[in-house]
Design a binder for this molecule. Sequence first.
Ligand code: AKB
Length: 320
Amino acid sequence: MGKILVIGAGGQLGTELTKALAEKYGNNAVIASDFQDAVKQKFSYCGFETLNVMDKAALALIVETHRISQIYHLAAILSAAGEKNPLHAWDLNMVGLLNVLEVAKTYKVDKVFWPSSIAVFGPNTIHEQTPQQTFKDPNTVYGISKLAGEHWCEYYYNTYGVDVRSIRYPGLIGYKSLPGGGTTDYAVDIYHKAALSQKFTCFLKEETYLPMMYMDDAINATLQLMDAAKESLSIRTSYNISGMSFSPKEIYQSILSFYPNFEIEYQPDFRQQIADSWPNSIDDSVARKDWNWKPAYDLSSMTATIVKNLPAYFNYNTTK
Ligand code: AKB
C-alpha cells in the first residue's frame, strides 16, 4: 500500500482522523496537509506538506512524490462561514473536490474519502428520520456544494472507476479542536464555556433539534466505510449516518449535572434559519446494512467524556 494523504488535516475532523489513520497504518504511512503552515506543529508524528487544494499541480506533485494510494479530502468552508462569502465557499468546496477527483483519476489513487453533510437536505426534506433517498433542497451555499459534490463523486465512480466513498456527517462534537464555522458548532463551544465557568450565549433557540455525533463515532464510521468491501457499497453519492439528536436545552441540561452553576441564554441569529432547514433526525439503515455501521455514544456518555477530558486538554485552570 502507498501512503495516505489527508487534505485539510488541521481542521476539527482532520486533527483526529489523521491521528487515527497514523495509529492504524503507522506514522510513516500518513502525510497531513493543510493550507496553513502553522498547523504543522500538530503533526510532528507524521509527514506534513503545506497545500492549498485549489492548486491542482501542487496536489498532483504531492500524490506523485509520496506515492499516495488513499486521499482523505476534508478541506471545506462550512455552512455558517459559507454564507458570509458564498462565491468563495462555492469555489473552494467545488474546485477543491474536482481537483482531488481529477488527480485521483490521473494517478490511479486506490480510494478517496470525501465528507458530505446533513446540509444537503433542506426545508422541504422530511425532517424526522430523514431517509437515505429523499427530496433535497439545500438552501446554503455549503449544502448546495455538498449536494453537487455527492453527484460528482458518483459520476467519477461510474465513469472513471474512482473509488470515492462518502458520509453525510451530522454535527461533529469533540474536545480536541475548536469549532470551525458550522451551524452545529454551538454544541462544541458550550463545553468550553462550561469548563471556563462562563455564561453561554446560544445562537439557536432552545428547542432546535439537530442530528449530532461524538467525534470517536465519526472517526470509526470513516475508517469502517473505507475498509468495507467495494461490492458491499450500494451508495456512491454519500451515506446517511446517525449518532444522536438533541436540542440546545438538552445538551445544556446534560452539562448542568457536572457544572450546576452553568448558565445559558438564547440569542438566535441567522444560523437559526439554517438549522431549521436541516433534519431533526436521520435514518441510517442503509449504512447499517451495507457496512455494519453502529454508533457507540449518546448524549450522556458524550458529555461525561468531554467534561472529563476537555479542561486538561486545553489547560483550562478551573474548578467546577
Ligand atoms: C455545519 O454545521 O456546517 C457542519 C455540518 C453539519 O456539516 N457541522
